[in-house]
Design a protein around this ligand. Structure first.
Ligand code: FAD
Length: 433
């Protein structure tokens, strides 16, 4: 049987949910739109999985965090899709795509025709087995991308009460997971090869705060080395993590967060690629006719920096999806929308901490505020300065108004005359802009 739709979104994650809401706002008619997802549940706010989903008390569960609650919007329950006449194909993996013939095929053998396609397939985790790490297939070694992965990890946390956990990777997933495992009373050790955590964003000084704070909470941190092998017990469960520097760590649970890869293999050779993603224009249109790509898979023009980027963060997933849906509907009636003009924004939360970052982390840095990890109310930040202008700003422990102020600074890019004065002024510099 062939299912025919005017619009199909392949992938049922963050972008798909936000795109669906925007399609409805733009007046999409019943029966025109379908979402095809290999997950078993309607689109949800993925960031919850490494945070409240794993809390020891009252963990977040669906339907509590379906899109679009993360942005303060209406919660799109599965019923919402049927009320709006959107067909949701769950547990349906697309295994081949012919973009020129406008045709998709699922693993179950269903065929889908589309006039316009939105690719929203997100990222897949990079696995240690991809690097041939010995024993990486042992039981109780987890990765976290989808709700299904989170359920398995949650079960293991319960089963291995008061046990030992090793977290491989020092990025935001590693940091968030270490915190939540500690909250679950596990004995947690983080291992990462870099000299400090989150090196893609954090300066040495920012990282020193988080490492100090985590240590004070009882998280052990081992830097400058990697996991090279795992041993198992007679049940095939992970027992030890072998590190390159020769150390061996006992482990009941291992969680790996070493990055993701955009899921674009279905479309290889059919769309132009750039920076590891699918190349799009400012409307998220790809090189293939009537095919758009949004969220983690899209490499798009970042107007603010006259650059092209691929961004693996939720805010961009939401906004790119909305932009594409608006552009698609406008194009149908021969109109166009304004170009995407994105201000990069990332955030993370763990323990009692919460930070936000806006802009670009390039150039010289200026630290301000109280970054003592032992402080009862940590509140500090960093500005990035390029060619005499503030281009990026990070803030831990800010108020909603202060976060708005750093977003504005990153957008306006004010000139800085005296960096010592900027360090002294701290957040009040941003608040004045
Ligand atoms: P996704 O949300 O990953 O959705 C992709 C969907 O496509 C999935 O449902 C997948 O199953 C489906 N799919 C893939 N291939 C197929 C196929 N062939 N057929 C059918 N369906 C398919 N960002 C932040 O800014 N802050 C955070 O705190 C934060 N926390 C995160 C925590 C975790 C645990 C994870 C995994 C990510 C986090 N992110 C965070 C990143 C953010 O969630 C992603 O950038 C965002 O989800 C990307 O949206 P997307 O729609 O592109 O992809």
């Amino acid at each position: 049987m062939v299912h025919s739709y005017k619009y199909i979104i392949v992938g049922g994650g963050v972008s798909a949910g936000y795109a669906a809401r925007e399609f409805v706002k733009q007046g999409v008619k019943h029966g025109e739109l379908a979402i095809i997802s290999k997950e078993a549940v309607a689109p949800y706010e993925r960031p919850a999985l490494s945070k409240a989903y794993l809390f020891p008390e009252s963990p977040a569960r669906l339907p509590g965090f379906h899109t679009c609650v993360g942005s303060g919007g209406e919660r799109l329950l599965p019923e919402w899709y049927s009320e709006k006449g959107i067909d949701l194909y769950l547990n349906t993996e697309i295994v081949s795509a012919d973009l020129a013939a406008k045709f998709l095929k699922s693993a179950k053998g269903e065929h889908f025709d589309f006039q316009t396609l939105v690719i929203a397939t997100g990222s897949a985790v990079i696995k240690l087995s991809d690097f041939g790490v010995q024993g990486a297939g042992a039981k109780n070694i987890f990765y976290l991308r989808e709700v299904d992965d989170a359920d398995k990890l949650y079960e293991a946390i319960k089963a291995k009460k008061n046990g030992k956990a090793v977290v491989v990777g020092g990025g935001y997933i590693g940091l968030e997971l270490s915190a939540v495992l500690k909250l679950n009373n596990l004995d947690v050790t983080m291992v990462y090869p870099e000299p400090w955590c989150m090196p893609r964003l954090f300066t040495k000084e920012i990282a020193a705060f988080y490492e100090g704070y985590y240590s004070n909470k009882g998280v052990n941190i081992i830097k400058g080395t990697v996991a090279v092998g795992f041993t198992t017990n007679s049940d095939g469960e992970v027992k030890e993590v072998e590190l390159k520097d020769g150390r061996v760590l006992e482990a009941d649970i291992v969680v790996v967060g070493v990055g993701g890869r955009p899921q674009i293999s279905l479309f290889k050779g059919q769309v132009e690629e750039q920076n590891g993603g699918i190349k799009t224009d400012a409307f998220f249109k790809t090189s293939a006719y009537d095919v758009y790509a949004v969220g983690d898979v899209a490499t798009f023009p970042l107007k603010l920096y006259n650059d092209v980027r691929r961004v693996e963060h939720v805010d961009h997933a939401r906004k790119s999806a909305e932009q594409a849906a608006k552009a698609i509907i406008a194009a149908d009636v021969g109109q166009s929308v304004e170009e995407y003009d994105y201000l990069p924004y990332f955030y993370s939360r763990s323990f009692d901490l919460s930070w936000q970052f806006y802009g670009d982390n390039v150039g010289e840095t200026v630290l301000f505020g109280d970054n003592d990890p032992a402080s009862s109310k940590p509140n500090f930040g960093t500005y990035w300065i390029k060619e005499g202008k503030v281009v990026g700003a990070f803030l831990e422990g800010g108020t909603p108004d202060e976060y708005k102020a750093i977003a504005k600074v990153a957008r306006v890019k004010p000139a800085v005359e005296d960096v010592n004065q900027l360090a002294k002024e701290g957040i009040s510099f941003a608040s004045k802009i």
